[in-house]
Design a protein around this ligand. Structure first.
Ligand SMILES: Nc1nc2c(ncn2[C@@H]2O[C@H](COP(=O)(O)OP(=O)(O)OP(=O)(O)O)[C@@H](O)[C@H]2O)c(=O)[nH]1
Ligand SMILES: [Mg+2]
Length: 197
């Protein structure tokens, strides 16, 4: 049964790995990104939850500061957001707090937010999971450590967020849906569809 279209935006500082995360999710493998994002990329993916099908449109934004003025345009209508930082660059984590504030200020949908620490595969981490979790809790968000390189928790970003958006929209009591089953249709033919942004 077709239920809804959700818009999800991926935001965060330049080079934290936003495009790599999206490509890992859509293509199922790590693709070395040769260039910084200038225009927004948008991909469509289908996720099934029990008998319901959700189409998620994922918007990858440019992290470079010079494109920042455009950001609120992309927040518009977002049902969910992935705020990304790089475990090996502290300033990207400190900037994450500002992304939370900005989302609250500019997005009218009260989007569900997931905080993602990327490059968890690297040894030279300068941010701990505990402090990231604390920041996420402050904004009632989920936190996940991920790696676009190894694939760690990449599918979970989007399945968890879709699950949260669904509950946010239906306002159903979570306890009623304890047995909810999320099927990430990675192997079907829905991958790699460009959406209309
Ligand atoms: N070790 C490691 N490197 C990664 C990972 N994810 C991305 N990278 C590398 O980090 C660099 C930046 O990745 P991008 O995906 O282009 O970053 P971005 O956030 O999209 O950058 P902008 O488009 O400028 O906003 C690239 O060299 C990637 O190969 C990861 O999980 N682990
Ligand atoms: Mg990019």
């Amino acid at each position: 049964m077709f239920v809804s279209n959700f818009k999800i935006v991926i935001i965060g500082e330049s080079m934290v790995g936003k495009t790599s995360i999206l490509l890992r999710y859509i293509k199922g493998k790590f693709i070395k990104v040769g260039e910084r994002t200038i225009n927004t990329n948008c991909f469509k993916k289908t996720i099934s939850i029990n008998n319901m099908t959700f189409e998620i449109n994922i918007w990858d934004t440019a992290g470079e500061e010079k494109y920042h003025a455009m950001a609120p345009i992309f927040y518009r209508g977002a049902d969910g957001a992935v705020i990304t930082f790089d475990f090996t660059r502290r300033e990207t984590f400190e900037r994450a707090q500002k992304w939370f504030e900005e989302l609250n200020q500019f997005s009218e949908n009260n989007p569900k937010i997931i905080l993602v620490g990327n490059k968890h595969d690297l040894d030279n981490k300068v941010v701990t999971g505990d402090e990231a979790r604390e920041l996420a809790e402050k904004y009632k968000a989920i936190f996940l450590s991920v790696s676009a390189l190894t694939g760690e928790n990449i599918n979970e970003i989007f399945t968890s967020l879709t699950y949260e958006i669904y509950h946010n929209k239906t306002k159903k009591n979570k306890s009623k849906n304890k047995n909810i089953k999320i099927v990430d249709e990675n192997n079907n033919n829905n991958n790699d569809k460009k959406c209309s942004c």
